[in-house]
Design a protein around this ligand. Structure first.
Ligand code: GDP
Ligand code: IMO
Ligand code: MG
Length: 431
């Protein structure tokens, strides 16, 4: 028996929410360890859809859910998401939900800055296409050692100095951008207004998780975004502001790396990306439209259409290495139903030379051209398949080809948004 780390192996939206929900039946504790409410995780249970951004997906099953120190917490959003889940009948209390006291806060000034930068960059053509939720600015303040953290809300006497420090930085930026400065009182009021809603949940998460681990609990780490959005390993600068690779599960929860166990890379059977940045296999034709429509590829939080393309084995093969993936959960295979033929990108050409990896250089990433192999499609429907034997031979061939190209086996296969439409090949908790 082992713990399991779930990460996205592409550019996010691979179906992490569905798989975490499915796996959480077998888990005792579910932990978010990076990102914030830029995530949009969808679970469908008996036709009812739950959309989670900040809260761990395990809450829907009533499992102990933890927001680790690696997460950036928007307290306003927290209150709203708790309310939304309660309205759907999910119990959210400190019995089942804890927030690390050392997690940094996302405040209105972070959201403002994110939006102002994106607006300014739109005019100069250099925008990232962020979720505009203040994620980048909040992480900047964290590593800049001026963040206000969740636990600071419990110490009103130390807040004034922290507010001054944060405003010295932000007001200088705001002056430079020609917008009104933020007053001490406004920020103080904002912090005071959220404190009572957040403080009941704070905890020493590193200790709680250590105790749980010693008691034999199975811990499920829920990643957000995907490895190609990782701040180090992704398509920089078109990335998010946290590390999204599996190794972050340790630092972002307060457990050492030996606690991590099985790494499950959630992998869409094709590729999507939302926001700006390179996408070698992007399709602008009717096949891209098919993937978009049949796959319902629209961003959960921002409503933006997701860009779609063929499966890129180069990217996932790289993620298998950068995240130490043990096995993958292959999702949305059903979206490929009915296509005459399917292409898989197996390498790139860069300036006339063949390469088998994604180069780190931004300019080179923009120039690589995919090299495809072509496979025969299948006409049968795989929607809702729950057994390997329900899959057409060509679909099995596609899965086998993916495994071979990325160098990792399929542990789970997902064939619809519904929780139960999942084929188990290897139980990640059993290693
Ligand atoms: P996440 O961010 O990785 O949790 O993924 P999202 O929830 O943003 O996007 C995945 C979308 O695909 C959601 O709408 C899911 O309900 C849906 N989904 C997940 N698995 C499958 C699948 O196997 N087949 C189909 N058709 N949809 C799926
Ligand atoms: P889940 O967990 C897909 C993208 C944004 C943008 C870039 C930076 O649902 O897979 P940010 O707001 O994080 O500074 O934006 O990252 N992005 C995601 N794309 N799925 C996500 O989360 C994402 N979270 C951020 O679109 O390109
Ligand atoms: Mg998503």
């Amino acid at each position: 028996m082992t713990n399991v780390v779930v990460i996205g192996s592409q550019w996010g939206d691979e179906g992490k929410g569905k798989i975490v929900d499915w796996l959480s039946e077998r888990a005792d504790v579910i932990v978010r360890f990076q990102g914030g409410h830029n995530a949009g995780h969808t679970l469908v249970v008996d036709g009812v859809s739950y959309k989670l951004a900040l809260l761990p997906s395990g809450l829907v099953r009533g499992k102990l859910s933890v927001i680790g120190n690696g997460v950036v917490v928007d307290p306003h959003h927290f209150v709203a998401e708790v309310e939304k889940l309660r309205a759907q009948g999910v119990a959210v209390t400190p019995d089942v939900l804890r927030i690390a006291e050392n997690a940094p806060l996302i405040l209105s000034l972070h959201r403002d800055l994110d939006a102002m930068r994106e607006d300014a960059a739109s005019n100069s053509g250099t925008k990232i296409g962020t979720t505009r939720r203040g994620i980048g600015p909040a992480y900047e303040d964290k590593v800049g050692r001026r963040a206000i953290r969740v636990g600071d809300l419990a110490e009103p006497e130390t807040l004034p100095a922290k507010i001054d420090r944060l405003l010295t930085h932000h007001n200088a930026l705001r002056r430079g951008m020609g917008v009104d400065e933020i007053s001490f009182d406004a920020l103080h009021d904002e912090l005071s207004s959220v404190a009572e809603h957040v403080l009941p949940y704070i905890d020493q998460v590193w200790r709680l998780l250590d105790e749980q681990r010693k008691a034999g609990a199975r811990i499920l780490f829920e990643g957000a975004q995907g490895a190609l959005l990782d701040n180090d390993h992704g398509t920089y600068p078109f990335v998010t502001s946290s590390n999204t690779v599996a190794g972050q599960a340790a630092a972002g929860s307060g457990l050492g790396p030996t606690a991590l166990g099985y790494v499950l890379g959630i992998t869409k059977a094709y590729t999507t990306r939302v926001g700006e940045g390179p996408f070698p296999c992007e399709l602008h034709d009717e096949i891209g439209q098919h993937l978009s429509t049949v796959g319902r590829e629209v961003g959960v939080n921002t409503g933006r259409p997701r860009r779609c393309g063929w499966f890129d084995a180069v990217l996932v093969r790289q993620t298998v290495k950068t995240s130490g993936i043990t096995g993958i959960a292959l999702t949305k295979l059903d979206v490929l139903d009915g296509l005459d033929e399917l292409k898989i990108c197996v390498g790139y050409t860069l300036d006339g030379k063949e390469i088998d990896y994604l180069p780190a250089s931004q300019a080179a990433q923009a120039r690589v051209e995919p090299i495809y192999i072509t496979l025969e499609g299948w006409k049968e429907s795989t929607v809702g398949a729950r057994k390997w034997a329900d899959l057409p031979a060509q679909a099995i061939k596609y899965v086998r080809q993916v495994e071979e190209l990325i160098g990792a086996p399929v542990a789970l296969l997902s064939t619809s948004p519904e929780r139960e439409d999942t084929i188990l090949v290897t139980d990640p908790f059993e290693g």
